[in-house]
Design a binder for this molecule. Structure first.
Ligand SMILES: *Cc1c(COP(=O)(O)O)cnc(C)c1O
Length: 387
C-alpha cells in the first residue's frame, strides 16, 4: 500500500543527507556558517532583465498558455546569440526549443530516445540529473570516470564493445560541474567523429559557457563540423545571467533530437511563461560588459580562494572557468570526513566529491557563490587550519 514505484525506490542514496543534518545542528547551535555548498549565484539578475520582466508581465497576451516549444521570438534570440557568441547557425523554428530551465530538458530528453535495455554513457563525478533521467526512462547508465590524469575528460574509446552496441546517448558537460575542467576543440572533434561512427547521440550540457576567466572562451560542440548530425546542446540563462530562479533554458542542435524532446514536452508541460521568455530576450541581447562585471567578481573570488588554499597546502585543480573549485582532500581523510571537519573546525560548508558519484571520492567542491566579504572570512578561517 502507498509504496513508492520501483524507479523511486531504486534512486541512489542521497549523499548530502549527513552533511545537511550536521548543518542544521550547527545552525541550531548558533554557529556563523559560511555556505560554500550551493551552486546558485548570489549576485542579482542584471537590472535591464528585471525591468523587461516588469513590462512583460503587464501584457495580457502573456497571461495565456504559452506554446510548449517556446515563443519564436525567444528562439530567434537564442539563434542570434549562438551566431554572435559561437558563430553557429541555427534555424529557430526547428533547431531550438525553449526549456523550463535546462534541468527540465536534461531530465526529459532520455524519455524520447531511451528504451529499457538501452545504455546511456554518464560521466562521474557529475551533475546527478544525467543518471537519474536515464533511470527514469528505464535506461542503464554506464559510468565514464572523470579522472584527474585525463584532465577530467571521459575516455569514451575505452567503452567495451558490448556496451557500445547498446549505447544511445553520451552526456558531457564542459566547463564542468563539479570539477571546473574545460574541453578543447580536439576533444570535441574526436568525440563527434566517434559518435558519428557508432551512431551515438552526443548530449552536451553547456550551462557554464559564460563563466570563464581566461582569454580562451569555452566553445559550443556545434562549432565542430558534422556535430549537427548527432548532437544536442542544453543551455540555460541560469548561470550566465544570475537567473536560476527564473527557470529559463534552451536545447539546440539536431532537428530530430529537438523534435523528439518536443514530443515529450507537449505531453508533459505547457511551456514557460511568456513574460519570462520576453525578459530572456533582453538577457540574450545584453551588452557584453554586463557579463564582464559578473566574471570580474567570480574571477577575483577564485584568485583569493585559490591563494588561501595554496597557503594551507590544499591542492586545487587549476582551471579558468566555472564558479567552482575542485580540491583534493588531504591524506588521511575521505571526502565526507574532511567536509565534516571543515564544518566542525571552520563553520564552512562544502560539498563532498562523492556526492557527485563514486569517482568524486577524494575531492570536495567549493562554490564561489557567497558575497566576497564572506569569502574573505572563509579564507581567514581556512588559513588557521593545521593540516
Ligand atoms: C546549474 C546546472 C544546470 C541547470 O540549470 P538550470 O537552472 O536548470 O538551467 C545544468 N547543468 C549543470 C551542470 C548545472 O550545474
Amino acid at each position: 500500500m502507498l509504496e513508492y514505484a520501483q524507479r523511486i525506490r531504486s534512486l541512489p542514496p542521497y549523499l548530502f543527507a549527513q552533511i545537511d543534518q550536521k548543518k542544521r545542528e550547527k545552525l541550531a547551535q548558533g554557529v556563523d556558517l559560511i555556505d560554500l555548498g550551493v551552486g546558485d549565484p548570489d549576485l542579482p539578475t542584471p537590472t535591464p532583465i528585471v525591468e523587461a520582466m516588469k513590462r512583460a508581465v503587464e501584457k495580457p497576451e502573456h497571461h495565456r498558455y504559452p506554446s510548449y516549444e517556446g515563443m519564436l521570438s525567444f528562439r530567434q534570440a537564442v539563434a542570434d546569440w549562438y551566431k554572435r557568441r559561437f558563430g553557429v547557425e541555427l534555424d529557430p523554428a526547428l533547431e531550438v526549443v525553449t526549456l523550463i530551465g535546462s534541468k527540465e530538458g536534461i531530465a526529459h530528453f532520455p524519455l524520447a530516445f531511451i528504451d529499457p535495455g538501452d545504455v546511456v554513457l554518464c560521466p562521474d563525478p557529475a551533475y546527478p540529473v544525467y543518471k537519474i533521467g536515464t533511470l527514469f526512462a528505464g535506461g542503464e547508465p554506464y559510468i565514464l570516470p572523470l579522472k584527474e590524469e585525463n584532465a577530467f575528460l571521459p575516455d569514451f574509446r575505452k567503452v567495451p564493445q558490448d556496451v557500445l552496441k547498446r549505447a544511445k546517448i553520451i552526456w558531457i558537460n564542459y566547463p564542468n560541474n563539479p570539477t571546473s575542467a574545460t574541453a578543447d576543440e580536439a576533444f570535441y572533434r574526436e568525440l563527434i567523429d566517434w559518435a558519428r561512427e557508432h551512431s551515438i547521440i552526443v548530449a552536451s550540457d553547456l550551462a557554464y559557457s559564460e563563466v570563464y576567466f581566461g582569454d580562451k572562451k569555452p566553445m559550443s560542440i556545434l562549432q565542430i563540423e558534422g556535430a549537427k548530425e548527432v548532437a544536442i546542446e542544453f543551455h540555460s540563462l541560469s548561470k550566465t545571467f544570475n537567473m536560476t530562479g527564473w527557470r529559463l533554458g534552451m536545447a539546440v542542435g539536431n532537428k530530430n533530437l529537438i523534435a523528439g524532446l518536443g514530443k515529450v514536452k507537449t505531453n508533459v508541460d505547457s511551456g514557460q511563461f511568456q513574460a519570462i521568455q520576453e525578459a530572456g530576450i533582453t538577457a540574450l541581447k545584453l551588452p557584453e560588459e554586463e557579463l564582464h562585471k559578473i566574471r570580474d567578481v567570480y574571477g577575483e573570488r577564485r584568485r583569493v580562494m585559490v591563494e588561501a588554499l595554496d597557503r594551507v597546502g590544499l591542492e586545487v585543480f587549476k582551471s579558468d572557468a566555472t564558479f567552482y573549485l575542485w580540491v583534493k582532500v588531504p591524506k588521511g581523510y575521505s571526502s565526507a570526513s574532511f567536509v565534516s571537519m571543515l564544518l566542525d573546525e571552520c563553520g564552512i560548508v562544502c560539498t563532498p566529491g562523492n556526492g557527485f558519484g563514486e569517482h568524486g571520492e577524494g575531492y570536495f567542491r567549493i562554490s564561489l557563490t557567497v558575497p566576497t566579504s564572506r569569502l574573505l572570512e572563509a579564507v581567514d578561517r581556512i588559513g588557521s587550519l593545521k593540516l
